[in-house]
Design a protein. Structure first.
Length: 165
């Protein structure tokens, strides 16, 4: 297989993986999560969705490691730390991610899900979860879900109050 064919195949895999992940993430975060908060409240709905997030991200990590394919472009994104091109957004992300794992943990947990955060920060690729990786994963589950539950609760409450007028 020549270099052009490998690049095209890799690009197609990343695009397919990213679009599939993004569609599922959107349904989970923008439909199911607010619905659970609306029906069950901040604490019970948030706890339910945190457990579902933990299970779905753990399944994604397992599949990612089992298939040994960079369908999400995470291994490629690790190179973003070295970016110095023309894009301001990419340069800002590179500066943030280049400040170390603690900053990357916070930024990625607040912007993405525990799967992305753990796969990005852990050492190596496709090698399962070491003790350090479990700490990253569980910490990201807690941080990302606490933040998103609060965002959803704020949105649900805003809609409720608007409905009263």
């Amino acid at each position: 297989m020549n270099q052009e064919h490998r690049v095209a195949r890799s690009t197609a895999e990343i695009a397919t993986g990213f679009l599939t992940w993004h569609a599922l993430e959107y349904a989970f975060d923008c439909a199911l999560y607010p619905f659970a908060i609306w029906k069950l409240g901040l604490w019970r709905g948030g706890a339910l969705m945190a457990v579902l997030s933990l299970l779905s991200c753990l399944l994604l990590l397992w599949l990612y490691d089992k298939l040994k394919r960079d369908w999400f472009g995470i291994e490629l994104a690790k190179e973003l730390r070295l970016y110095s091109g023309p894009s301001r957004w990419k340069r800002a992300m590179a500066r943030l991610l280049g400040r170390g794992d603690a900053v990357a943990f916070i930024v990625l947990s607040l912007r993405f899900d525990p799967f992305i955060t753990t796969a990005y920060i852990r050492h190596g690729a496709y090698n399962g979860l070491a003790r350090r990786d479990w700490k990253i994963f569980l910490g990201s589950v807690a941080l990302s879900n606490a933040a998103w539950a609060l965002v959803c609760f704020g949105g649900v409450e805003a809609v409720r109050r608007l409905g009263r007028f």
